[in-house]
Design a protein around this ligand. Structure first.
Ligand SMILES: Cc1ncc(COP(=O)(O)O)c(C=O)c1O
Length: 346
């Protein structure tokens, strides 16, 4: 029998709340061009990093360090003790290694800075130079590896040869799922913030649009919605046309790598899903759709007209929502769609 995947959002929330500058991000209401209302979870201010990804990398690193401390010292410590001088000095022996399309690397670099660990981030040649500079500003070691995300991931895996070099990937594959499941557990903090907001407002979305790269974020949110939210929305997974790997995997009922052009939705341009994300979304999502680069650009403009400045990756969920209104002749009357704006503009 398949093991049920479970994320401990309360543990994630406890650890994340102890991190300096943590604040829940807002949910905004904006008018759509079709006269309805759209709810937006606005991640553009998250952890002063400007992307939800901070939750995953920082939380997973904290959880790993706490576990390792317990193993080394046989004495469990409380999450807040991770910031003490003793634990911080001990943490410096560890190097966290990852590949990134941008934001996951920033999250890992931010975590390393917070906890006094080291990090090495592999970027493929498609990742903008601006990300590299931001990583260097956080004292990360940056390695340019490969022509695409998948190649940079292979380089990151090969780059871990010591027990103190820890691969902190946001994607899972057979035999490697514990750490990515911690990253996803971190993302559930965002879903729990939304649950608390909707509970307080007594308004629940009817449709949730979740953009996906490897699918970790969409799967973590879907899991939380399905296990905790009292009103169940339709969950729609959104991918770039050039990288619809979850849609294709869902259609074929098996993990599938796709080929395609490079998408302007750079952070979503992943051609192979995370195994863990696929497993969850295959069962828990209702629909898989894709959006073109042009549609994502139009959604960026639409959001900018509401003073929400994001990128095509950040606007992809909104693009799918606007697309649903056009192609499906509108969502059903009385629908309350929710989309996530997942990052601030570059
Ligand atoms: C801004 C942004 N949105 C969405 C995603 C998709 O997340 P995932 O790769 O977990 O599907 C990413 C991933 O890096 C991202 O940076």
């Amino acid at each position: 029998m398949k093991k049920k995947i479970f994320f401990d959002f309360q543990r994630a929330q406890t650890i994340i709340r102890h991190c300096p500058v943590y604040q829940a991000t807002p949910v905004q209401r904006i008018e759509t061009p079709f006269g309805g209302q759209l709810l937006i979870k606005d991640e553009t201010s998250r952890f002063r990093m400007g992307a939800f990804k901070a939750l995953g990398g920082i939380y997973a690193m904290a959880a790993i360090l706490l576990e390792r401390w317990n193993e080394d010292n046989r004495a469990p410590i409380k999450p807040e003790h991770i910031f003490t001088e003793e634990v911080s000095a001990w943490s410096h022996q560890f190097t966290f290694v990852c590949a990134s399309a941008g934001n996951h690397g920033l999250a890992v670099a931010k975590g390393a800075k917070l906890f006094n660990a080291k990090c090495r981030i592999h970027l493929s040649k498609t990742v903008p130079i601006a990300f590299e500079q931001r990583l260097l500003d956080l004292s990360a070691t940056v390695v340019r590896s490969g022509a695409n995300y998948e190649e940079s991931m292979r380089a990151a895996i090969e780059d871990c040869s010591d027990v103190r070099e820890i691969l902190l990937s946001d994607s899972a594959w057979p035999g490697y799922s514990r750490i990515p499941s911690l990253v996803m557990e971190g993302y559930t903090v965002m879903a729990e913030e939304m649950r608390a907001f909707f509970h307080a407002e007594s308004t629940w979305p009817t449709h949730v649009f979740l953009q996906a790269g490897v699918g970790g974020m969409a799967a973590a949110i879907a899991c939380h919605i399905r296990s905790v939210w009292p009103r169940q929305p339709t969950i729609i997974v959104v991918e770039p046309e050039a990288a619809a790997c979850l849609m294709e995997s869902h259609r074929r009922k098996t993990l599938t790598e796709v080929k395609g052009q490079v998408s302007s939705m750079g952070r979503l341009d992943c051609k192979l899903p995370s195994t863990l994300a696929f497993e969850i979304l295959h069962e828990q999502a209702n629909q898989f759709v894709c959006v073109s680069d042009l549609e994502a650009e139009l959604a960026v403009d639409f959001l900018a007209s509401h003073r929400l400045r994001t990128t095509p990756s950040g606007a992809a969920g909104v693009a799918a929502m606007l697309d649903a209104e056009i192609k499906l002749e509108g969502l059903p009357e009385g629908s309350i769609p929710l989309a996530l704006v997942t990052e601030a503009e570059d």
